[in-house]
Design a protein around this ligand. Structure first.
Ligand code: HEM
Length: 400
């Protein structure tokens, strides 16, 4: 029998579909300590939402820097960059957060996001022009990643010829900090990460000398007034990560669900709610970490001051107190957008509108171009990349 001690968000079975297990936890252990994570876990919707809404007690300070799993030699190689992300917007509390968030939000105006729709549609069309004649593909590697990575790179201001470099290095960085790796692999990833930081540094210098109409130039123009140099480098490198993996992961999870449920192509009038329902039921993020700043009493459990907490949005998204028949996929579900896959409160995903636009556009273009899309018969069972914060398929073999 699986018990609360088995809670291990990094394990493959857990990333896949641990819903019976999570249901039992919500009922019997709404709050518990996980040895695997060295953290307390909140599993009920109401508690997760309340914790997101209480940044004084549930602090984001240092919550992303979960570098305890790094070997001593890796830390030595990383030097001061071992505490990388220490000034990233998602990793700090007000008042620093308020200032950083205001700066970064300048780039994500509704107008700027809407202007990206045409470009994103074209990027999807280009990819499909290339792969459509093949009759089948790994949707994750060959279709989902390229348009999102390209769009983000252009929005940020990464020159086209550097896109592959950035894509590879961002992935290495993600692996280094967010999924457990053996020491020798950590060292290789750390080298790649340092080369990437150096690249971003040079990009900032280039835009400072010659500004363009892009995110790097906008943020660079704020150095010395609103932002420090380090804050700008961390913002740029991390937003590249946000755009490189999260949206393609969510798209892969969503297409798998839609094909299995035989909702393909998605009818235009259902696109908006179907995207939300996919994010709810198969979210690309599993939760957020926080540190408690004082002892917190919850459901008879004391979470001691300083403890790390995982707010399990994955469990919250299946909470029967909020979502009727939560295991059922209902593409027209009225309150699907109450999920917290994009976070909630002051740290709510700054790229949410862009993420939603990409998901809707990609599903629309895929539906138009590949109306007979189906899972490839005989393909190996789907597998997920293991990570403590994200859910994404290793591959999704499809044909049309
Ligand atoms: C489906 C895709 C995405 C998912 C599931 C996702 C998920 C999240 C979540 C859960 C948070 C809250 C973190 C916390 O409270 O600790 C967050 C914050 C953030 N996201 Fe996203 N995200 C996505 C796409 C994007 C994109 C496309 C960008 C930018 C290009 C982006 C940039 C950010 C940033 C900068 C923050 C920090 C905001 C703050 O702390 O105020 N995300 N995201």
């Amino acid at each position: 029998m699986i018990t609360a001690e088995d809670f291990d968000v990094g394990a493959a079975w857990h990333v896949a579909a641990p819903y019976d297990f999570l249901r039992r936890l919500r009922r019997e252990h709404p709050v518990f300590r996980s040895e695997h994570l060295d953290a307390h876990v909140l599993t009920r919707y109401g508690d997760v939402r309340a914790a997101y809404g209480d940044p004084r007690r549930f602090s984001s300070e240092g919550s992303l820097t979960i570098s305890r799993s790094l070997a001593a030699e890796t830390r030595r190689v990383l030097g001061e960059h071992g505490s990388f992300l220490s000034s990233f917007v998602a990793n700090v509390d007000p008042p620093a957060h308020t200032r950083l968030r205001r700066s970064v939000s300048r780039a994500f105006t509704p107008r700027a996001v809407a202007a990206m729709e045409r470009r994103f549609r074209d990027l999807n069309e280009e990819v499909l022009d290339r792969v459509a004649p093949h009759g089948g593909a790994d949707l994750v590697a060959e279709i989902a990643h390229v348009p999102s990575a390209r769009l983000t790179a252009r929005f940020i201001g990464v020159p086209e010829e550097d896109e592959d470099f950035v894509r590879e290095h961002v992935r290495d960085w993600f692996q280094l900090f967010l999924s457990p790796q053996p020491p020798e692999r950590q060292l290789a990833l750390a080298g790649s990460f340092l080369a990437y930081l150096d690249y971003v540094d040079r990009l900032v210098a280039a835009r400072a000398a010659e500004p363009r109409d892009d995110f790097v130039s906008l943020m660079t123009s704020l150095i010395g007034t609103e932002l420090s140099h380090r804050e700008v480098v961390e913002l740029i490198s991390t937003i590249l990560l946000g755009g490189n993996d999260t949206v393609p992961n969510q798209l892969g999870n969503s297409v798998l669900r839609l094909l299995r449920e035989e909702v393909w192509p998605v009818p235009p009038e259902l696109l908006r709610t179907a995207v939300e329902e996919c994010m709810r039921i198969d979210g690309a993020s599993l939760g957020s970490f926080r540190h408690v700043t004082a002892d917190v009493e919850l459901h008879g459990v004391t979470i001691p001051e300083g403890s790390l907490c995982l707010l399990s949005t994955d469990s919250a998204a299946h909470d029967e107190d909020v979502f009727d028949a939560p295991e059922e996929f209902r593409p027209a579900r009225r309150n699907a957008d109450a999920h917290m896959t994009l976070g909630y409160g002051i740290h709510f995903c700054v790229g949410a509108a862009l993420a939603r636009l990409q998901l809707r556009t990609a599903l629309e273009v895929l539906g138009e171009r590949l109306p007979r899309l189906r899972l490839a018969p005989g393909a190996p069972p789907v597998a997920y990349r293991t990570s403590i914060v994200g859910r994404g398929l290793t591959a999704l073999e499809v044909e049309w």
